[in-house]
Design a protein around this ligand. Structure first.
Ligand code: HAM
Length: 420
């Protein structure tokens, strides 16, 4: 038997109802905020992700699916959506004819070669938004608010926001030096990964799960002490906006995120419902003012987030937030094979009239067909029999009360309209 690749999954049956619910609600929230759908390729040139996400990030060094196509081009399955959206913005000059903010949403599969575990896959889905334009703390608050309202619309209440200020590029340069200066004398105490990170990407040492509990970590320099006034003002304004919207958050100085393009605000949404098995990050995002110019575009800021679908789906399932049954309005049953052609036409007529209809095509007894209909979540059963057809009639049976009556085929839709 050929099986699915490690870290992937099939989506079928009741789980597809969760996917539709989560996606439809996301679309609704994005449309309310006037965000436009954007779709970019699932594979892009490898350079885009190396340059966009950062050569030294875990994603680029360990997790990308890289391949050469038959023309010898270096390509990568997208590990996230932001870099592709920015590439599309630049390549199509989407910024050319507008002075206003450009607001997009997207959804689709992403690929990371990670160790598969609960809620984490090698092929997974993200729902994301990206907004482009001049840095503005109202826009950042709008983006965070969209996320907050989305989770509420799904019915998930216990979502906490962690937020941090990474400051400007020059703030981070100063902080980077201070961090290296502080951590170098402790290099032997760092885990193997952080020894490398210290040279290449010292900020990543901050959110290391292994090292952060060690004694020397207590006095590690804090980013807030290296921020210039402009960075502080911007962040305070953003927090004021969140306060005005009554959005609760926790400022977390250790939050740095795993992608290099961020500056100023970074944030994560963490679920912490008692019914769920512990906290998990379901959404991550932040501002990235240099990414567009780094990838060859104009000096245009960006801010956005991405929600991981798989963990969200588990939460929606555990909390029972979506009705997974999908009732059929009418089940059409021919009594014998001889009535199948009439049943087929009647069934198609009901679909044309807007009723969700299933026709029983099987060559089996009427008893079997009716007992099958009774097991399904059906509202009405239409029984098409030889005698009734002689008078252009069918039997309409209420699947719940079991009442039945004869109805002229021409009156069937009107009769259903009265009852639905
Ligand atoms: P990220 O934090 O790498 O950010 O991913 C966002 C979310 O995707 C995570 O919080 C998590 O829920 C989900 N996720 C990541 N990896 C996996 C996986 N292997 N399996 C299942 N879910 C996963 C980004 O990707 C940024 N592009 C977000 C962003 C948009 N920042 C600005 N704009």
């Amino acid at each position: 038997m050929i099986t699915k690749p490690k870290g992937t999954y099939d989506l079928y049956g009741e789980d597809t109802k969760i996917y539709d619910y989560v996606l439809d609600t996301f679309r609704g929230e994005c449309s309310l905020n006037n965000y436009e759908l954007i779709k970019t390729p699932i594979f892009e040139s490898s350079t885009l992700f190396h340059r966009g996400i950062g050569e030294t990030t875990d994603i680029v060094t360990k997790e990308t699916y890289d391949f050469k196509d038959k023309g010898g081009r270096d390509l990568t399955l997208r590990p996230e959506g932001t870099a592709g959206v920015v590439r599309c913005l630049i390549e199509n000059k989407l910024y050319a004819n507008t002075n206003n903010y450009l607001k997009y949403y997207y959804y689709g599969p992403m690929f990371r070669y990670e160790r598969p575990q609960s809620g984490r896959f090698r092929e997974f889905n993200q729902f994301g938004v990206e907004v482009f334009g001049k840095m503005n703390p109202y826009i950042d608050a709008e983006v965070i608010n969209l996320g907050v309202k989305y989770f509420l619309a799904l019915g998930i209440e216990n979502v906490k926001i962690k937020i941090n200020n990474l400051g400007s590029k020059s703030d981070r340069e100063k902080y980077r030096e201070a961090l290296i200066g502080y951590l170098k004398p402790h290099i032997d105490e760092l885990c193997e990964d952080c020894k490398v990170r210290l040279e290449k990407n010292p900020l990543r040492v901050l959110d290391c799960k292994v090292d952060s509990d060690k004694e020397f970590f207590k006095n590690v320099p804090k980013i807030e002490d290296y921020l210039c006034d402009e960075s502080k003002d911007y962040f305070n304004e953003l927090l004021d906006n969140l306060n005005a919207l009554e959005i609760e958050y926790e400022v977390d100085n250790s939050l740095v995120r795993g992608l290099d393009y961020y500056d100023y605000a970074v944030f994560e949404f963490v679920t912490d419902d008692e019914k769920l098995k512990g906290a998990s990050t379901i959404c991550g995002g932040g501002r990235y003012n240099d990414l567009v110019s780094t990838l060859g575009g104009p000096d245009l800021g960006g801010v956005g987030f991405a929600i991981g679908y798989e963990r969200l789906a588990e939460i929606v399932k555990t909390l029972g937030l979506v009705k997974t049954s999908d009732p059929v309005d009418v089940y059409v049953v021919p009594v014998t094979e001889n009535e199948l052609s009439d049943a087929f036409i009647i069934g198609c007529m009901l679909k044309d009239a807007g009723y969700k209809t299933e026709i029983d095509y099987r060559d089996t007894s009427i008893k079997n067909k009716l007992s099958h209909a009774n097991k399904l979540d059906v509202t009405y059963i239409v029984i098409v029999g030889e005698e009734e057809l002689k008078h252009y009639e069918v039997k309409l049976k209420d699947a719940v009360t079991k009442e039945e009556k004869l109805v002229k085929i021409n009156d069937l839709v009107d009769e259903l309209n009265i009852n639905f």
